[in-house]
Design a protein around this ligand. Sequence first.
Ligand code: ATR
Length: 287
Amino acid sequence: MITIDGQTKICGLLGYPVKHTLSPMIHEILAHHTGENLAYIPCETDPSHLADAVKGAQAMHFLGLNVTVPHKSAIIPFLSSIDPLAGKVGAVNTLVPEEDGFRGYNTDLTGLGRAMRYDGVSIPKEKTVLIGAGGAARAAAFLLAENGVTEAYIINRTLESATKLCDNINTTYGRTVFKPLLLSQYDRLPGDGYLAVQATSVGLFPDNEKAPIMDEAFYQKCSVGYDLIYRPFETRFMRFFREQGKPSFNGLRMLIFQGIEAYEKWTGKPVSDDVVPEVIEALERHA
Ligand code: ATR
């Protein structure tokens, strides 16, 4: 339990809404673990007040901020600088104070990479399929591109958004990273042994029995599944893998590591992976 006193440093989350956030719980454990006197406050911010909120946080010397839906791109014009990788993605979720404002980072991307390493999932160069082309898929797509993926696939219900994301990434990296495919055309994926990253909202609580692809033939093409959803802890997508005796993972470690990466930037203190099981347990207990 945090004891707030005159020395307590403030961190916060700018979003709209913020009621369901698990980040205060994550940061409380991290603060306890590293011996920081820090409070993490959800700050519900109407889009029309976003610029004022950033200025206010600067005026009140916030140690750092997270940013969530719908502000991840809209906040960029109000920052004093942006990390080059976050600039490529066009979205930030972490603000770190600097002399004349805040610098924006994308720890969704780096957090996903760290979560996959923690889970022992390596990213293959060619046999990767990313399902979805929205905001969460975008961060995952850039992570995959940063990890040297070539000739992988983005499959989505709306072909136009998949094509747009592929074009954007292929242009940014000056090579073919992704090819677009309609979700219903999963049978066109050549060969098997794919890492499948699930980045749509399908299967999110309370739609626990839904997966973007409900055909076991797709899962036969895959060797490992990574779902960015963490509520429920086992999604229908993950269950397809389990039923075929294959490993799959939920988005809980991505959530935790985006928080850890933000926390490390704010405090300058490295966080050991040893704390992760404790955070998982607390989040699971809370659910
Ligand atoms: P997020 O920020 O969670 O990524 P988003 O940007 O709204 O949310 O993206 C949602 C993703 O889930 C998109 O890829 C969307 O597909 P479309 O581009 O076709 O909209 C996908 N999605 C949402 N509902 C879906 C459904 N019922 N079937 C298949 N895909 C769905």
